[in-house]
Design a protein around this ligand. Structure first.
Ligand code: FAD
Length: 305
């Protein structure tokens, strides 16, 4: 019988035994007053877990520019947690993007998640940069570093970006972004840990030493996540689909299975030596809180309220 010694498993260490563990949370800017209330409830529940930062996405083509800025500024002011603003360059001139960056600087935001963004017709369509715009994410990172001093995160794709023709193109592109001055990458969601671990190997073999933080997607709604996965190139393995089969009308069991699936994913990654995690929250706190617990994080009394 195979016995795994618990002492050898990082997931069996206490929080004190792994002080290097870091988490971050991702939110999207709420569209309505009701959504905004839920957003703040979640932020205030997750902030006391002392994330390294909380990030707020940038709607397709810059559609949430004002809201992204408002949310990151308030998160920082109200919770004391560092906030990162996402920024895309699709469909905008350099001057327009630079003006948004100056707005972030004026608001005291110096963490940016720098992205190219998707063409308005969808990720399946070819990308054409604005004639006076940044060409891609690597170009945007270089532009940011000309404008000021930022902590910059970029995107990485353990199953390759749908527009990367092969692994060489994928990894070369990540390297260009890091060489342009990015501090770390966060991955697209993935459900097969081996894909992430192979990606890490490929990146390290190409001389990329920056952290490549796994983006963990708790499955709040299997139907929604499966549909999004199809659009962004993430595979839904057959075993995962099977676990959620028939649960659309059974939210309680769905939530329990989602929690178990996400816990299994982070436990395996911890045991593989991963020390940094980025959690996609979809502006909800329960699964993110449970996952943070699995990673040894408990709220610090008095923080984030
Ligand atoms: P890039 O790194 O520029 O590259 C995208 C593709 O183009 C790759 O296939 C690359 O190989 C290819 N490519 C780039 N330059 C070249 C070149 N010179 N020659 C050949 N090929 C090249 N989208 C939003 O709209 N808002 C968000 O807030 C947002 N947040 C995200 C957060 C994370 C963590 C992730 C993983 C994605 C996020 N996205 C967001 C989605 C992202 O905008 C899309 O995935 C987009 O299609 C690619 O952006 P990128 O920054 O990875 O692009």
């Amino acid at each position: 019988m195979l016995m795994i010694d618990d002492n050898l498993r990082a997931s069996r260490q206490t929080a004190q035994q792994r002080p290097d563990l870091q988490i971050s949370f991702e939110f999207f800017p709420p569209k309505t007053d009701a959504m905004e209330e839920k957003f703040w409830q979640s932020v205030h529940r997750l902030a006391p877990l002392k994330p390294r930062f909380v990030s707020v996405t940038y709607g397709a083509g810059g559609s949430t520019r004002e809201r992204t800025l408002r949310m990151v500024s308030r998160i920082k002011a109200e919770t004391g947690v560092d906030a990162a603003a996402h920024l895309t360059c699709v469909g905008a001139t350099r001057n327009a993007v630079d003006a948004v960056v100056r707005g972030y600087m004026e608001a005291g935001i110096n963490r940016i998640v720098a992205l190219r963004g998707d063409p308005p017709e969808g990720v399946g369509q070819p990308f054409t940069p604005h004639p006076d715009g940044y060409q891609n994410a690597a170009d945007l990172v270089a532009g940011l570093n000309r404008l000021g001093t930022f902590d910059i995160t970029v995107a990485a794709y353990p199953e390759r970006h749908p527009q990367s023709s092969d692994w060489r193109t994928e990894i070369d592109n990540l390297k260009r972004k890091i060489d342009a001055g990015a501090d770390r990458a966060i991955t697209q969601m993935f459900f097969t840990n081996a894909d992430y671990l192979r990606y890490l190997e490929r990146a390290r073999a190409a001389g990329i030493t920056a952290p490549i933080v796994p983006g963990i997607q708790p499955i709040h709604s299997f139907r929604q996540i499966a549909s999004f996965a199809g659009r962004c190139g993430t595979t839904i393995p057959a075993w995962l689909a099977e676990r959620f089969e028939g649960l659309d009308e059974d939210p309680e069991t769905h939530a329990l299975v989602a929690s178990a699936v996400a816990a299994e994913q982070v436990t395996e990654l911890l045991d593989e030596g991963v020390t940094e995690f980025h959690i996609y929250t979809h502006n909800r706190s329960p699964l993110a809180l449970a996952l943070a617990r699995m990673l040894g994080r408990r709220p610090e009394v008095g923080a984030g309220s």
